[in-house]
Design a protein around this ligand. Structure first.
Ligand code: CO
Length: 466
């Protein structure tokens, strides 16, 4: 028996513990070592890394990916893709999605884990087709289910989703428990059910330690036949991050289960990241709050990244005294929206609306553009019926959401060409154009800075002489 590990330190651990602020330069040196660890894959790109590179780190996300590829030639590099939302927070046209997937593979990605926040699988089709179209022999299209609990999310429903992913042509299935609320009991029922239904497909468990349940859940998942578990090198594990790689390795060994990991190498990886972590604790990029265990998340079903975001936003607004009230408002907003899983962009949407409701002292006095679009059906079909009252308020009495994908109703196929025109000589590559389509303001700033830097290569250093 074999259970393999996906190492998440470069992406999800980074994203969950320090709001994705880890620059490439901080981990470049360890990549050749990580390449020898024997991981199933290294999750290193996608999610919020792309946005963070452009917005905060003045890095070209594509260059980062190429650098990782160069330094880890033997490891499967994995990214997280939000289906039709790519790495942004809105739906892109099909031509953009196809091009993005093509460029991701061309720049070094092997495994594309694709999910839709609402589990509306119509939103995975374009990314899946593109993955197949541009696949190399190493490419894997992984269909991912956003796991959540609600009156409508039963084991039967999840098993049905897995069958659908298989029929669509995905090669592996990932259960993505972004809030860390999957209990050992639920993991057992789910994984056994899924294995029975689609046994020939590898099943992957992605969970977070937020509520303190992850190690128990992983144990049950292993006993129930899971094939791959996501984990983070131990100093970047726990809290809102994944369970620890070395710890799971140790436990698997006692079960007599092969993981393929090299013990010496995974320890060396952890030793490398210890001072990196300390640096970001010292400069407060890493909030000790995200390193603890919060069993309240079992009530609120709030993923780690969402918690740290809410803390950051409320701190900025000097309204941290409203934190508990905002957290308590989340389940109410979620119910009104038909129990969407709290994952990007729904987590932001629900979180921001809950904060607004609390700050305004009245529910839905102000409704965000995103929530309005959600009710119009632009994100897909809600898992359960939405609040009729709120729907009428947004769409007008008796208004109905669209019943097709938003791309089908609005598709122009012009997004890429228009972006290229907009950028003019700022764009050198298709990757530049794609960065701009995904994050226009941040990418333009980045590309302008790059151009200015190149034009200002001074022949000598000017020093003040006076
Ligand atoms: Co995650």
């Amino acid at each position: 028996m074999k259970v393999q590990i996906t190492e998440t330190v470069l992406r999800d651990a980074n994203q969950s513990l320090m709001a994705t602020r880890l620059p490439y330069a901080d981990y470049e040196k360890i990549l050749p070592v990580m390449d020898k660890a024997g991981y199933y894959s290294v999750e290193c790109w996608g999610g919020a890394t792309f946005d963070s590179c452009l917005r905060y780190l003045n890095e070209d996300p594509w260059e980062r990916l190429r650098n990782i590829r160069r330094n880890m030639p033997n490891t499967r590099l994995q990214m997280l893709l939000r289906g039709q939302n790519l790495l942004g927070y809105k739906h892109y046209h099909d031509d953009v999605v196809e091009k993005f997937v093509e460029l991701s593979i061309r720049n070094g990605i092997d495994i594309i884990r694709i999910f839709d926040a609402l589990n509306d699988f119509r939103n995975l089709g374009t990314a899946l087709d593109a993955t197949m179209k541009y696949a190399t022999p190493k490419t894997v299209a992984s269909g991912c289910i956003s796991y959540t609990q609600s009156p409508v999310h039963t084991v039967e429903k999840y098993v049905e989703m897995c069958r659908e992913l298989k029929n669509m042509g995905f090669q592996t299935i990932c259960l993505k428990d972004m809030a860390g609320t999957m209990s050992p009991f639920e993991a057992e029922g789910l994984i056994k059910g899924i294995k029975d239904a689609v046994g020939d497909m590898p099943v992957i468990l992605h969970t977070h330690c937020t509520t303190g349940m992850a190690y128990m859940t992983v144990t049950k998942a292993v006993e129930s036949g899971v094939d791959v578990v996501d984990a983070a090198t131990s100093c970047f594990s726990n809290g809102t991050s994944q369970p620890a790689t070395e710890t799971i390795f140790y436990a698997l060994q006692q079960y007599g289960i092969e993981s393929g990991l090299d013990e010496k190498v995974i320890n060396e990886v952890n030793d490398f990241f210890k001072p990196v972590k300390q640096k970001y604790l010292d400069n407060k990029t890493m909030n000790p709050k995200s390193l603890g265990t919060d069993s309240q998340a079992l009530v609120y079903k709030v993923p780690g990244g969402m918690l740290s975001n809410m803390i950051a936003n409320l701190t900025d607004m000097h309204a941290m005294d409203k934190f508990d009230a905002a957290l308590a408002e989340i389940p109410a907003v979620r119910k009104d929206l038909g129990y969407p899983p709290l994952v990007t962009p729904l987590s932001q949407m629900v979180g921001n609306q809950a904060v607004t409701n609390v700050l305004m002292g009245e529910r839905y006095k102000q409704i965000s553009k995103e929530v309005k679009n959600y009710f119009k059906g632009e994100y897909g079909i809600a898992p359960a019926p939405v609040s009729k009252e709120l729907q009428d308020k947004i769409l007008g009495e008796g208004g109905e959401p669209i019943d097709c994908r938003i791309e089908d109703s609005k598709r122009t196929g012009e997004e890429f060409r228009k972006a290229k025109e907009d950028l003019g000589d700022l764009a050198r590559t298709e990757e530049d154009i794609m960065s701009y389509i995904c994050f226009p303001d941040q990418a333009r700033k980045f590309l302008e800075a790059r151009k200015a830097k190149e034009e200002n290569i001074a022949p000598y250093t000017i020093e003040a002489i006076d």
